[in-house]
Design a protein around this ligand. Sequence first.
Ligand code: NAD
Length: 469
Amino acid sequence: METRSQVVGRLQAAFRSGVTVPEEFRRAQLTGLMSMIRDNEELIVNALHKDLAKPKFEAILSEVDIVINELHHAIANVKSWMQPEYVSKNLATKLDECFVRREPLGVVLIIGTWNYPLQLLILPMVGAIAAGNCVVIKPSEVSAATDSLIAELVPKYLSQDCYAVVRGGPEETKALLQNRFDHIFYTGSQTVARSILQAASVHLTPVTLELGGKCPCFIYGRVNIAAAARRLVWAKFFNSGQSCVAPDYVLCSQATQDALLPALREALEDFYGKEPQTSPDLSRIVSPRHWTRLMELLKRSSGKVVLGGESDQEDKYIAPTVMVDVAEDDALMKEEIFGPILPILTVESLEKGIDFINRNEKPLALYVFSDESSVVNTVLEKTSSGGFCSNDGIVHMTLPGLPFGGVGASGWGSYHGRWGFEAFSHRRACMLRGWALERLNGLRYPPYKDNKLSWLRWTTSAKNSCSLM
Ligand code: NAD
């Protein structure tokens, strides 16, 4: 069996051979990845069910189809993404070829997490392959069934010289990180991100961080309360709240809360029935450790459970739960919940809601529910977040045209669609010059003279830019 450093060394040799660079190779591997997902849809759905009791419907939507759509988009566009991007020039460079060339970085490492264990590995991998890199993927050991399925399938469908799966938990990942990579793409918690950064700093490796945090859902002004409740319940309890872009908490006025609670009760009953534990449409908490963490949060909270609250340790089940009277310093507000618990906090004005959001770390996603476009626009303008969506939750991340990523503590960098290709490309500044216009060029040579400087300033001025090749 190869050691981790032998795997990395083998991929480095493949990268140096240049095999990953031609467009045909990239397209062939992306097509292989597409076959991997298509041929094994049932095995994927079963593995996700084993790991999280993920309903087939959610597995298809959020793991299978999102990856297939990304692959279609990449296969259709990789040729145009690879084209040089010509830039405008000034008089002094008008005969030169000046362009940005996207080049692969080398051997990149993608570390995934357990909540969308297929999507969060394969989607970045699409960008990395499209950009012409060799790739090591490290699935999360927590979602063990998907981890082992990915390790089995990838070598069957992709070039083994260029792509590898390395498995293991924290210790194995730390050992893997001692190798030199050309880029590290990490999805997971802010705590682990700090260790990743430390390891990356040894080799000065650039890093993309896809992290989490607390995504607010601010409901303000006139609003279609029944639709708001349905969309909120769907976005929050999809995958039992274990989504990095799930609404973490609701901010609204007391009057809105009074109207919202019966609507939430109705939506929950419509979706999951009177006994949600018997519903096939609710995932389970991924592990006993995560179940205990969530139950501890519930115990430490001084809020009041108004909906749900039931749990079953054996079944790793926590009912969709809504809490009110939650203070800003409550245990539930100290960390990302990442589970099926929805606290509601009341604020009485638009400004106070915006202040609340801005007092906290910049979130990965920010949701505003309102019929009033002035409310939506004010929140959009006065806050910052990785992504923003009005009158819905999560869906903004399904479009490959929109970059997906955080800002500040919710993450560095972004991917999806072209943004994924860019995340794994080096933008090389190229100027191809000949020997023409030597007199014009000679203006910069000593001996320096004032008149030469005036001419030079004129020929290099941005005002004299032109688009000639
Ligand atoms: P996790 O436990 O699966 O860890 C993530 C990865 O890091 C795994 O592959 C794991 O093996 C590895 N790892 C764990 N400890 C390590 C260590 N000490 N050193 C090196 N590697 C280590 O997942 P998690 O950390 O529980 O992830 C949950 C977090 O991920 C939440 O905060 C969530 O919001 C965030 N998340 C973000 C996104 C996003 O796209 N921005 C998506 C999903 C989850």
